[in-house]
Design a protein around this ligand. Sequence first.
Ligand code: XMP
Length: 341
Amino acid sequence: MKLDKVLSFDDVLLVPKYNPVRSRSEVSLATQVGGLSLESPILGANMPSVCGHEMATALSSEGALGIIHRMCSIEKQASMVQKSEGYVGAAIGIGDDWKERAAACIDGGAHIICVDVAHGDQDRVVEVSRQFLEEFDVPLIIGNIATEDAARSFIMGLCMEDQSRVALKAGVGGGSLCSTRVKTGFGLPTLESVWRISAALEKYGSPMSLIADGGLKNSGDICKSLAAGADAVMLGSLLSGTDEAPGDVVKNGDALYKMYAGSASHGAKKKFFGKAEYIEGAERLVPYKGPVQKIVQGLHEGIRSGMTYAGASNLEEFQVKAEFVQITAAGYRESIPHGLL
Ligand code: XMP
């Protein structure tokens, strides 16, 4: 049996290139997601412990975009959308109420809708997406998927004219709280999914944009995702524990924490459904981090710096100039802080 070797963020590095860009301040982080223009490629994950109206408002003030989670009643979600200031998105599922939820969020001011399904490679997801694009004049994020075949289902299943309003979300089982791979043995490294889906979009000439979601630990992983073909990244862990993430600060001695819970975790399911029969996500306390703006600004600085290492002043140039290499275990050890012995 032939087995493909697949690579994760920590298996690769980007090769430094000649840099004609004089200052990081000349680097633009502007991008577009399903035709929606953004000043930042950062999206706040549609998770109950990450994105409510305060997170969406704060992200928007930094040029980024928050996707309001759907693990609440339609009324509550629409009211969070309404309370959000600036650009905002909202998640829907594929159950019978998807249209009602989408309509309420769009009426409340959502600029983009995200069809949120853990394993998005299903006919029902294609069908709901097709109907959405026929009935609503708003961009659509569809996820999550991992492979070229899944991307092809949407390329073939959606009207080509509508595809410029669509972004595919890549990543199955890579999230920091995901237990999908442990429970089921299925998944693909998020970086590998970005490469595969990006190749499919190019092969078929589809104008759909692409979002990397799950397992991004730092601005280096964001740079790698963008270099691999993503137009934006969705972040959970990196934005968790901040003032704007829903939930209270928990004190333990002198240390402060906030809860970060997977959408399919016991805690999140119990709160939403009143019971948690099948669990495919973990929950944990993460250190309290203060205002999310500071975190996002730090990530922006890292991405800008990364772009200058490729000699690029915008995302398009970055993707053209980026060159990946695979590294060894010794290369990885050299890549993280070391030399302390
Ligand atoms: P990070 O690594 O940024 O990942 O924390 C966020 C992404 O993880 C996904 N997600 C889950 N996946 N079970 C899963 O298998 C869960 O309970 C869960 N909750 C979130 C989701 O794609 C999110 O954007």
